[in-house]
Design a protein around this ligand. Sequence first.
Ligand code: IPM
Ligand code: MG
Length: 362
Amino acid sequence: MDGRIAVLPGDGIGPEVIEAAVEVLEAVARRWGHRFHLETGFLGGCAYDRFGTPLPEETLELCRRSDAVLFGASGGPKWDHLTGEDRPERALARLRKEFDLFVNLRPIRARRCLAPVLPVKERIIGEGLDFLILRELTGGVYYGQPRGIVLERGQRRGFDTMSYTEEEVRRIVREAFRLAQRRRKKVTSIDKMNMLESSRLWYDVAREVAAEFPDVELDHLLVDAAAMVIVQNPARFDVIVTTNIFGDILSDEAAVLVGSLGMLPSASYGSERFGLYEPVHGTAPDIAGKGVANPIAAILSVALMLRHTFGLEREAQAVEAAVDAVLEAGFRTPDIRQEGCQTVGTRAMTQAILEALSDQAN
Ligand code: IPM
Ligand code: MG
């Protein structure tokens, strides 16, 4: 397999975890004889400092000539004074839109061995949890027009527009059903249809799509109830599909089940194999540069890239199994520190994963 990958480390802990992820990618390439051509670019605050914009044209060009993008994180206190399109986070939102990456897949895998470090009771995790959050990524209130802050009768008013077309809903819900067909055949659609028109449409379209997939069961939850069920009875979920902003919020909540945001990978894609792969965690400015960031989310994002963009299922599973093996063996970064386990930094964790990878590759 030959592939071109744009590497955008970004800000904060982005560069540290992406360095780890690239090492894993290169190990996979060596072991299975693939050739990945990696090219680094700038996105976020680092791009703003260099080019005066968080999303330079050359970064877009780099992404356009790549099969996949591996991204770290963007933003931080240094750029908090920036507004509008200058904000590093907006660069990421524009990149998602530019490539029509309407699917954001966030797999939630809660491992039994981490149950003791979780704020939820061990019985909630049971023998382990495995469900998917599918977040719509290019519509909804993040992008709706009009938006702005205006002066009205002597005071400022800020407003956004939450809007979905039926096609925007249909394509993400269809993807949820397709994924569920290969799993436990259950989709839970999450909205706020008792209050919001855009959610009423979401609910109706989800039901229409369900008729195309008679082998998959559909149920609905209101987002407030869903926020509770995620920590109370997460075992009831197989594939969750929801709007952009509800997915943003619920996926951080679900990280509690996994141990830390530092463990949550994501894949963003559209109708092609092209994808943007990034850890769900942000820049974590408080620990940036200290060598203690958890590289697992970035490394598992590489697994998602191998699977989705390159169709390398065996390699993806090998990376995931290597991560499982080091966690079973008791390696922990500080965010998942555990009594009786070995606390290690980014480098040592990555090294352990590389070793586990080569062990099971043999
Ligand atoms: C995420 C992040 C982003 C979002 C920010 C950084 C723009 O929170 O990917 O979940 O809100 O989508
Ligand atoms: Mg978020």
